[in-house]
Design a protein around this ligand. Structure first.
Ligand SMILES: [Zn+2]
Ligand SMILES: [Zn+2]
Length: 218
């Protein structure tokens, strides 16, 4: 048993973190939030000898799904996001608002609609889906082997915007309190953007320093 393989790649104008997460034993892998630069991502997958099984989105915002369709076709793998996100971004008025807010087209529906507590097997890894609504209705975090991929729910030292369509600060704070803080304190946080003074953190550190936690919850 080796250690889980995680590659953190900063991509695009929105400075989104894309992740490659792979099983050390089988090199089966998932891509989390492919945010562009498809050829670079495909080259990395090839160089590392990964066999991608899933494209996973933390949520449907356009900047996090930019390379979904290209990679889905190139790799013949399904795109997965929370089922509420599929519903939400299928509404005409939501699509129009979101496109106006972000300047990019809203996402196509995912192939697989995930639910809270779903488990996805990637090699010997078990990736657990944790529904954390607030930034968007169907935002999720992915928990695997002591690592939490938080998308725009929780950043290093901050949390996601709630002023975009479908956002709710109350729900976001509730998700952080009830879904993230109960995880082991040494859990490593892998955020959706490079907004902090370090690219990763831990739940323990965020409980000390993140104002969304220190001021709104603790
Ligand atoms: Zn977002
Ligand atoms: Zn984002």
């Amino acid at each position: 048993m080796g250690e889980i393989i995680i590659r953190q790649i900063l991509l695009g104008d929105f400075e989104v973190f894309t992740y490659l997460v792979a099983c050390p034993n089988t090199r089966e892998a998932a891509i989390i939030d492919p945010a562009g630069e498809e050829e670079k991502l495909l080259a990395m997958v090839k160089d590392e000898g990964f066999r991608v099984k899933y494209i996973l989105n933390t949520h449907g915002h356009a900047d996090h799904v930019l390379a979904n369709q290209h990679l889905k076709t190139a790799l013949s793998v399904p795109v997965c996001m929370h089922e509420l996100e599929n519903e939400f971004f299928s509404q005409k008025e939501v699509r129009e608002l979101s496109a106006a807010e972000l300047g990019l087209q809203a996402p196509d529906p995912a192939d697989v609609g995930l639910k809270d507590e779903d488990v996805l097997n990637v090699g010997t890894l078990e990736i657990r889906v944790i529904h954390t609504p607030g930034h968007t209705p169907g935002s999720v975090c992915y928990f695997v082997d002591g690592n939490l991929f938080t998308g725009d729910t929780l950043f290093v030292g901050a949390a996601g915007r709630t002023d975009l369509v479908g956002g709710s600060l109350d729900m976001l704070v509730d998700s952080i309190e009830k879904k993230i803080l109960p995880l082991p304190k040494e859990t490593v946080i892998w955020p959706g953007h490079d907004y902090g003074d370090t690219p990763t953190s831990t739940i323990a550190r965020e409980m000390e320093e993140n104002v969304y936690i220190t001021d709104f919850i603790l």
